[in-house]
Design a protein around this ligand. Structure first.
Ligand SMILES: Cc1cc2nc3c(=O)[nH]c(=O)nc-3n(C[C@H](O)[C@H](O)[C@H](O)COP(=O)(O)O)c2cc1C
Length: 175
């Protein structure tokens, strides 16, 4: 039976929601999924899983440094089985920046690592202004204003295309 390790790096939790949706789709096919936070340095011991997926969100232009560090430490394990990587950011709300070939963060990240994931995806994230501190709220509103996005400080804006997330989950199940 397929056992899939789904690893995430998140700051505000939206990447976990995306992972849970992927998990649900995969589990419907009868496969097993283990969902783990990269922060907890999950054990990649032999025979515990046979596919691996990493999802990470962007904050101020970067994935958390631990993502790159984890990939570097575990590249051999990653390459030994079907694998995938996805990035979550709000630039991906723009149709011209929502594919692995067009998303600037994913393109830059792939140049910084040696691992070449077999499968890639980009998902638009979520902004919850009321939960942000003053500095982050001001910065993000400014960036949104510059890029013609929503700036209402009382608003929560979810840009995620859940059909695209589910399609990715089905693709992972087929690997
Ligand atoms: C403080 C802050 C900085 C962010 N910086 C960026 C950024 O530079 N580029 C971008 O596209 N999205 C940026 N985002 C949007 C996040 O990627 C988006 O909110 C995502 O859903 C966060 O996922 P997470 O909750 O799993 O951390 C930022 C969000 C916050 C709150």
């Amino acid at each position: 039976m397929a056992k899939i390790l789904l690893l995430y790096s998140t700051t505000d939790g939206h990447t976990i929601e995306i992972c849970k949706r992927i998990q649900g789709v995969i589990e419907q096919t009868g496969a097993e999924v283990a969902l783990r936070d990269l922060k907890d340095e999950p054990d990649l011991g032999p025979d515990t899983f046979n596919k691996i997926v990493i999802g990470a969100s962007i904050r101020y232009g970067k994935h958390q440094p631990l993502v790159q560090a984890f990939i570097k430490r575990n590249q051999a394990v990653l390459e030994a089985m079907p694998n995938a990587f996805f990035s979550v950011n709000v630039v991906a709300r723009k149709p011209e920046k929502n594919t692995p070939e067009t998303n600037p963060y994913l393109k830059k990240f792939l140049k910084q690592i040696d691992w070449q994931p077999q499968n890639l995806a980009v998902f638009a994230g979520r902004l919850e202004y009321p939960s942000l501190g003053l500095f982050d709220k001001t910065m993000i509103r400014f960036i949104m204003w510059m890029t013609k996005g929503p700036t209402d400080p009382t608003g929560t804006f979810e840009f995620t295309d859940w059909d695209k997330v589910e399609e990715f989950g089905r693709m992972i199940a087929r690997l």
